[in-house]
Design a protein around this ligand. Structure first.
Ligand code: CA
Length: 378
């Protein structure tokens, strides 16, 4: 359970018993049922999409009113214990894009996947590299993850084989939730990031490394990624995240004008990754190379529009230290150097394992995304 402070007020969709799913805000170990506070009709919906479509002025005004109600204890009669509700997928995901914005992660994976070449490809510092993922398989935290099967080929094998992935992995990421849509044909400038993006969720981009390694050239990730992506149930607004803002690390070489702005920011967030309750890594977000405003500007620079409910994720967050890596392929050097989990050698995910990713930005709790691996379907 996440225990959010009184200033965070993340929004999510909950269900109590057989009642209609509806929107709530988290407060400590409680959920504030927002449907009867008169703040917005959109809270009586089974997803956040109608609220997300209202746009920045309404988001900020409603949050200010809610903060006021919380401070005056007027929410008291509307509190439900989090333990009495089930949290659902917070919004209907429209499109899903996944970036690759951590220099450390891109370098580590370049070395593992292409040991004989420069780890960073020539485009990496000129544009935020990304791909379009599968929106329909973005699932709520707590959803079981069925081990995927597919084609994989060992480097020394002549032909591929089919079967359950033997190298099932996690990717620790931050996801940005789009509220206000943009217009087809019109790029979104970096300055308009806050106008379109409502807030963030924690993301676990489950990855089957053996399937990925065989399929990804030349068109990028496909079935090694699309089987499931888990997100946290509580969406934390950019307004709440404001206190965690830090300047974006210097970019060299200079980026093209459409990606440039003197006001680019990043967020000082630290993740904690646990497998079966044991802490295995603490990836730091603050050194991510590309800002979320640049990711949004880049994914629309060709005129592609964004929609309410679009999700774009940062890509795996990895720091420079061994205990700051955001995937098992990095933590174990592609399985060659096992880590220790609960006193045992550990490389990739086993059936029954439960992964929990939590994050904090100083005093601000950003919640949790969990998932348990179940055996492959035969
Ligand atoms: Ca990813």
């Amino acid at each position: 359970m996440s225990t959010f402070g009184p200033d965070t007020l993340p929004l999510g969709v909950f269900r109590r018993g057989d009642e209609q799913p509806r929107v709530g805000a988290a407060l400590g170990e409680q959920v504030i049922d927002l449907t009867s506070l008169g703040l917005s009709d959109t809270f009586a919906q089974p997803t956040l999409n109608a609220f997300l479509a209202l746009g920045r002025p309404a988001w900020t005004a409603i949050r200010a009113e809610l903060l006021e109600l919380v401070r005056s204890d007027a929410v008291e009669p509307h509190l439900i214990p989090q333990s009495a509700v089930t949290m659902l997928l917070p919004f209907e995901v429209a499109d899903y894009v996944d970036f690759y914005a951590s220099e450390q992660h891109a370098t580590n994976l370049g070395r593992l996947f292409r040991p004989d070449a420069e780890p960073l490809l020539p485009n990496w510092k000129h544009l935020p590299v990304g791909y379009h993922g599968r929106a329909g398989t973005v699932v709520a935290s707590g959803t079981d993850i069925v081990r995927p099967s597919g084609q994989r080929k060992a480097p020394d094998a002549a032909v591929p084989t089919y079967g359950p992935s033997q190298r099932l992995d996690i990717e620790v990421e931050l996801g940005y939730v789009v509220g206000s849509p943009s217009t087809l044909g019109k790029p979104v400038p970096v300055e308009d990031f806050r106008e379109h993006v409502y807030g963030v969720v924690l993301v676990n981009d489950w990855s089957a490394r053996d399937i990925q390694g065989w399929e990804y050239v030349p068109l990028g990730p496909f079935l090694g990624k699309s089987f499931a992506t888990s997100i946290s149930p509580w969406v934390v607004s950019l307004d709440a995240l404001e206190a965690a803002t830090v300047p974006l690390p210097k970019q060299d070489p200079q980026v093209l004008p459409y990606l440039d702005s003197p006001d680019l920011v990043n967020y000082d967030i630290t993740f904690e990754v646990r497998i079966n309750g044991h802490l295995v890594s603490t990836p730091p977000y603050r050194d991510i190379y590309w800002s979320p405003a640049q990711m949004l500007a880049h994914m629309t620079v060709n005129g592609a529009s964004v929609r309410t409910g679009d999700l774009y994720a940062s890509g795996t967050v990895s720091g420079t230290e061994r205990d700051q890596l955001g995937s098992l392929i990095e933590l174990t050097k592609a399985g060659r150097e096992p880590i220790t989990v609960d006193g045992k050698d550990y490389t990739f995910l086993q059936d029954g394992d439960e992964v929990s990713i939590t994050a904090r930005a100083g005093d601000l709790d950003l919640g949790e995304v969990t998932g348990r691996i179940t055996s492959a379907v035969s």
